[in-house]
Design a protein around this ligand. Structure first.
Ligand code: HPA
Length: 278
């Protein structure tokens, strides 16, 4: 496949999903590292391995199952991505975001994104959940924006607005659900980097000065594409580790997966609550 996915390829993938399910999902949910469990509680699910879908990027990372789970959750028809691919795996930005394009073509109205992230805000502790209120697009600033290349006018405008990337009404719902469920929901700016190396202490001090509260290796490209396509976005970061601004600790993928076990039930409660109130 070339660097830029075409509308024909997107529609080929979308058709393949349509052939495997009779649901007409309204909400797409992307589950990040260590957060896979929510998909297991979907009722009467149609499950489609990514490897069955043409053009679909398949994850190479431990902790990322690779399948679509389509069914009902809290009375809403949902399409869940159990696992995602990342730019650092070597896929182009256009390939990384193909699943979001497919959601758009399938008529989904909303995208809920989740990820595991390092806490850059010194008040955050591992196990916290942060509502993403905005993002820092470091990948795009350094030349890797998913909308680079020919604009497909049928999908959205050449220069989309990003001033309200995260939907205010959905954020308000999330805060309400958190309050009712006794979840101390943090809020802040998610910074997306390419990875796969974790940040150096100097990187992290720079990102903190730039206004980042959490840092990770995903999400921002998917959100840009969703907004380009007119989908409403809600995002949660599970804080899996404290970013190491002074170089005193090391970060490992294992701790990211481990913290997912504390974070998953909170994210599940939040997502279920928001779905119920839609
Ligand atoms: N940095 C980048 N990505 C991450 C981290 C981190 O500390 N934790 C989980 N994903």
């Amino acid at each position: 496949m070339t660097k830029f996915v075409t509308l024909e390829q997107i529609d080929q993938s979308a058709d393949a999903v349509r052939m495997r399910t009779s649901y007409k999902p309204r909400v797409g949910i992307i589950l990040g590292s260590g957060l896979n469990a929510l998909a297991d509680s979907v009722q009467k699910a149609d499950s489609i391995p990514y490897s069955d879908l043409p053009n679909w990027p398949v994850s190479t990372v431990f902790g990322h199952a690779g399948r679509l789970v389509i069914g009902e959750l809290e009375g809403q028809s949902v399409l869940i991505m159990q696992g995602r691919v990342h730019f650092y795996e070597g896929y182009s930005m256009s390939q990384v975001t193909l699943p979001v394009r497919v959601m758009q073509r399938l008529g989904l109205e909303m995208l809920f994104v989740t990820n595991a992230a390092g806490g850059v805000n010194p008040d955050f502790v591992p196990g916290d959940v942060m509502l993403i209120t905005d993002n820092l697009n470091m990948m795009g600033m350094t030349g890797a924006n998913p909308l680079m290349g020919p604009n497909i006018d049928a999908l959205g405008p050449r220069f989309p607005d990003m001033s309200r990337a995260y939907d205010r009404d959905l954020m308000a719902l999330a805060r309400k659900v958190a309050g009712e469920s006794g979840i101390a929901l943090r809020e802040g700016v998610y910074c997306g980097l390419s990875g796969p190396s974790f940040e150096s202490p100097a990187d992290l001090r720079f990102l903190r000065l730039a206004g980042a509260d959490a840092v990770g290796m995903s999400t921002v490209p998917e959100v840009i594409v969703a907004r380009h396509g007119g989908m409403r976005v809600l995002g949660f970061s599970g804080i899996s580790n404290k970013a190491n601004l002074d170089g005193s600790t090391v970060t490992t993928h294992e701790e990211v997966i481990e913290a997912g076990k504390i974070i998953t039930p909170k994210v599940e409660t939040l997502i279920r609550g928001v779905l119920r109130s839609l």
